[in-house]
Design a protein. Structure first.
Length: 227
């Protein structure tokens, strides 16, 4: 009887483990999607800071960047796209395909060079595409780099792309994995709460900006400080 109860208890425990595995959240190349969404929010905030840092240095303006919250959702999406497509500079891949099977000093340097080059092209093409989309479809010019040396169209320039690309490269090379390890310490329950509150608010804020811009032909300006 005792053996039967022991076997039954072990069976229940095994079934519970199996159920937990089946309920496991999807992962994005090794990271629980709930934690990765937190990482996207961090990038969204860093994007807000980066854009305003550039505007303060060049135009002496600090503003809302057309949104209520200090998070630019497009930067979070950029993190998702970059990590899914390329991974990190030390572990360069094309989606599931590792570019370098073994790591040597030469291959590591080449991996970092390729990574930065792709990021550079990604940012330059992305800025032109997004800028022209808003201009052609909504009649709005959200930003203008025409006064910046090395500009290519009004929406991008070699100088700004080097700065933004360099920032993304440095984060992905040296800060991304430590950042994700720190985020993982918060636990899945806390991550889920943040995703379902702040995360949803960031997405709604972004969608509100897009809808207002395309409907009215003017991007919302909530606040601005100039000097």
């Amino acid at each position: 009887m005792e053996n039967a109860l022991t076997v039954n208890a072990e069976g229940i425990a095994e079934n519970q483990k199996t159920a937990r595995r089946m309920r496991k959240a999807p992962e994005i190349f090794g990271y629980d999607i709930r934690y990765f969404f937190i990482g996207m929010m961090v990038f969204a905030f860093l994007g807000f800071c980066a854009e305003n840092a550039g505007r303060m240095a060049v135009q002496h303006i600090f503003d809302s960047r057309h949104q209520i919250l200090p998070f630019l959702f497009a930067y979070g999406v950029a993190l998702l796209a970059v990590y899914v497509m390329l991974g990190t500079p030390d572990e360069l891949r094309f989606f599931n395909i590792r570019i370098f099977k073994d790591v040597t000093r030469t291959k590591r340097a080449l991996s970092h060079a390729i990574y930065f080059s792709v990021i550079f092209a990604f940012i330059m093409i992305g800025e032109i595409a997004v800028g022209m989309l808003y201009e052609k479809c909504a009649g709005v010019i959200l930003w203008d780099y025409s006064d910046i040396p090395t500009h290519i169209t009004r929406y991008t320039s070699v100088l700004t792309t080097l700065l933004y690309g360099g920032g993304v490269y440095l984060i992905m090379a040296f800060a991304f994995r430590p950042m994700m390890r720190l985020i993982e310490k918060m636990g899945t329950r806390a991550a889920t709460v943040v995703d379902c509150t702040l995360g949803v608010a960031i997405v709604l804020d972004f969608l509100t900006m897009v809808i207002i811009t395309f409907v009215t032909g003017s991007a919302p300006e909530y606040w601005s400080i100039a000097w």
